[in-house]
Design a protein around this ligand. Structure first.
Ligand code: SF4
Ligand code: SF4
Length: 346
């Protein structure tokens, strides 16, 4: 009775009467709607930019940490896993940049189409094509480009974002539903196959819920052994969830150490990394033909690169060509590129 009277009284004044808890509830719905709208807008922005993205609550970091701990303690533990795990399994959350001063509320995963690049080297009167696999080209530029448009989108709403460079990008992409694993431990997306780069970001954009999928492998892998039989070092085992990363060329030729004798010379196929298990995969039948032509190195530049020793800087013209090639900077180490190129063209 009392409420009815009061409602009637307020109605006469033309106001919408609401109790305090109604106001809070409506406010929360409004905030949730606003946030949902912002997240939907951001997901659309990824598509407009030609990429794909997903946003999950920051609290999912605990799931990622558990995944890494399980892998570290599991049968397939390797030193490489230790390095990866170390960034997110300690309390300092090393993947958060020191200049990110706001409270992290969400993790953002973004897939960027990334065709492989063919470089050409003039050597002894011949023009020799050399491959740079998908992961390695223009990584920094792409990462900057994506961060910029995420921040441009979030800033008017009062939020920001930062790169989470050392997060486990593949695990986050698979859990968020954007990608699936192949038997070769590479991630695949319906639109790009495995020819993509996966970037991760943190943001203060509120996100309380989102789908979180289990770690899954493509159905196509069910009865397929193509990558198992094609891998030149036997790093992929049909019965294992993870590849044997200690036997993978990629993880050997990214480091400046001498090549182990178990890698045969004809197993080397790229100036950095290895793309055999991606190129042979039937799921990549279409995307593998999406190839970009990169820089052409003159006889002089090729000779300089092959003969380069120690930490002396490259000549200006060679530096420009390496920059044009777009190879991820950490792999342009003078002890890595000359050694890897020699395996392919000498
Ligand atoms: S080659 Fe076959 S098993 Fe290997 S990732 Fe592709 S579909 Fe899966
Ligand atoms: S990247 Fe090369 S060495 Fe590594 S698993 Fe694939 S095919 Fe084998």
């Amino acid at each position: 009775m009392w409420n009815g009277k009061r409602k009637n009284r307020v109605k006469k004044s033309g106001l919408n009467y609401r109790t305090g808890s109604d106001i809070i509830k409506t406010q929360n719905i409004f905030i949730t709607r606003q946030v949902k709208k912002m997240i939907t807008g951001l997901l659309n922005e990824f598509i407009i930019q030609g990429d794909r993205g997903a946003v999950v609550p920051f609290s999912r970091i605990e799931n990622l940490k558990k995944d890494m701990m399980d892998l570290q303690n599991g049968e397939f533990h390797t030193e490489w896993l230790n390095r990866m795990a170390n960034h997110i399994t300690d309390e300092a959350n090393k993947f958060i940049p020191s200049d990110f001063s706001v409270k992290p509320c969400s993790l953002i995963t973004v897939l960027i189409p990334s065709p492989k690049v063919i470089l050409k080297f003039n050597y002894n009167g011949k023009l020799i094509p050399v491959e740079v696999p998908t992961h390695y080209t223009n990584w920094d530029k792409n990462n900057d480009r994506v961060l910029k448009y995420i921040i441009d989108y979030l800033k008017p709403h009062g939020y920001t974002a930062a790169k989470a460079v050392t997060l486990s990008h593949k695990l986050l992409a698979v859990h968020s539903g954007l990608a699936l694993y192949g038997r070769n431990n590479i991630c695949y997306n319906d639109d790009y196959g495995s020819y993509m780069q996966i970037m991760s970001y943190i943001s203060d954009l509120p996100c309380n819920e989102s789908p979180w999928f289990p770690i899954r492998r493509m159905e196509s892998c069910e009865n397929c052994r193509v990558c198992v039989t094609s891998c030149p070092t036997g790093a992929i085992d049909f019965n294992r969830q993870l590849i044997n990363s200690d036997r993978c060329i990629t993880l050997v030729n990214e480091l400046p150490d001498e090549f182990p004798i178990w890698i045969k010379k004809n197993a080397h196929n790229s100036i950095i990394g290895c793309s055999i298990c991606q190129d042979c995969c039937p799921v990549n039948a279409i995307n593998k033909n999406n190839i970009k032509l990169g820089a052409t190195f003159t006889e002089e530049e090729t000779a300089e690169l092959l003969n380069h020793k120690g930490n002396e800087p490259y000549s200006e013209s060679l530096s420009v060509k390496i920059e044009m090639a777009g190879i991820l900077q950490e792999y342009t180490n003078p002890n890595v590129l000359p050694r890897n190129l020699a395996m392919l063209i000498l």
